[in-house]
Write a protein that binds this ligand. Sequence first.
Ligand SMILES: Cc1ncc(COP(=O)(O)O)c(C=O)c1O
Length: 484
Amino acid sequence: MKLNQSSTPLLDTLLKHAQNKITSFHTPGHKNGASIIPKLKNFTKQNVYYLDVTVFPEVDSLHDPTHCIKLSQELMAKAYNSKHSIFLVNGSSVGNISMLMSVCDPGDSVILSRVCHKSVLAGIILSSVWPIWLQPKVDQKLDLIYDVSSEEIEKAIESYPEAKAVFITSPNYNGITTDLIKIAEVCKRYNKILMVDEAHGPHLKFHPDLPVSASEVGADIYVHSAHKVLSALSQGSVLNINSNQIDINRVKKIVSMLQTTSPNYFILASIDAARMQVVKYGYKILGNLISYCNKAREEINKLENMFSLTRQGIQNKYNDLDLTKITVNVTKTGLTGYEVEDILAKDYNIQVDCADMFNLIAITGIGTTKKDINKLVEALKDISKKYVGQHQTWKLVLPQLSTEMAMLPRDAFFSHNTKRIPLSKSVGYISAQTLTPYPPGLPILTPGERITKDTVEYLLDLISFTVRISGQESDKLKTVKVIK
Ligand SMILES: Cc1ncc(COP(=O)(O)O)c(C=O)c1O
């Protein structure tokens, strides 16, 4: 059957059902919004609740799709030239976990760097694999951390020929992509499965001025957060599978085990709509968006106290920039990125996606307008005039993170044979926990790895700054959980 990318089979089915205003004797309990309290319903109005249905034949089943969801997934797969697409209602987080659990058997090993989302570590634990950690690159001029290059991947494959797969995160939060073309070539040459967390890149394929995408280099399996850049609702993501080396039935079963049996149909229909929109109109919308963002970078780079990451600034033989991301370095304002984020929210009614010690990250999307971008630029101009100084500098450095894995992360994480000891006395022990300081925002300690002097000194140094450390089980990072 010819697939028509202008169609939205799932959205149409859901809207048709909602228009019938049928009497509901199914979950959810709000019964088409009847019981939603006025404070909420006065804001949302009632129609939206007719879209919140459960699984019944008319609207198809996410876990066993036979008509409109099946067709909508097929359209998605076609849009990305993949063999299969599976809709996710728990974001790319569940996609990352599913990728690792589907591709790897317990005891397999995977090559990857620490520049990865926390769900990747969850996937490593749940799939019972050995991570082969590679050292990420630190760019101290730009205060940014990049994923590894194809050359380092190749070296790692040669050192660990038993590795089953390579896991890459590209683009990162700042929109920096890695050299996927070469990495895909290396993986093909050595017969390794290439998994890509492309949560931030579902739009890349749809404009030639954007970096190359996982789909275009023939990655075996990759995940997209359709909600991050496209217009799907939050949690709407897609897992794409494009490989004969991966058992699609295993992938389907694993995704099914990890997802709710009560998926939100509004989210599912929004994924369908987002696909149609980006395929049909993405070139034009993204072209405009890129030109607004380029202009914004130009304006920001005229300011005394701020600068914005440009393609020329990072483009080298490994990395490229997604031009729809605006990263602004604010160190010369005398403020941290967190403080400027706060000022933008309180004084200018602008909320950016995130900040770090040095930078603000403004994520634009298919819905961003020229007016929005102008508002951000004007606010930054104003802040740049008001604040000048030198804030306490914290040099972006990393300890050596290619550590020895002494135990499977899963075994260390679930072990009861643990104790808490002072961090300062933990060198040589096996970690039973994850510690992720912000900055730099990547896991410095992971379960199963042998704790090194370098890591301990690094963490102790961070404690002297006001650094938030995620994963700590007590208030202050004085102790760490290790295997006895
Ligand atoms: C690189 C990366 N991968 C995966 C995720 C998880 O995506 P989701 O929020 O769709 O679960 C995020 C979330 O921020 C991310 O930044």
